[in-house]
Design a protein around this ligand. Structure first.
Ligand SMILES: [Zn+2]
Length: 61
């Protein structure tokens, strides 16, 4: 009897699954919070995986 299980998502080798990072700009806003920008992994475009899922998650974002 065969079980039909979906393949596990493959982790992006470039970012090891940590697809987005917040980078501080070194300054603070008027409320005293650190100003940050979010940078997505260029290899997986912020999804953290590489496979057919890349297309689906990219379309959702
Ligand atoms: Zn990546």
């Amino acid at each position: 009897m065969t079980q039909h299980t979906p393949p596990a998502p493959r982790i992006c080798p470039a970012c090891d699954g940590f697809a987005s990072a917040a980078v501080t700009l070194g300054t603070r806003d008027s409320c005293g919070r650190l100003r940050t920008i979010t940078v997505d992994c260029p290899a997986c475009l912020g999804t953290g995986t590489v496979s057919a899922r890349l297309v689906r998650e990219g379309a959702r974002a």
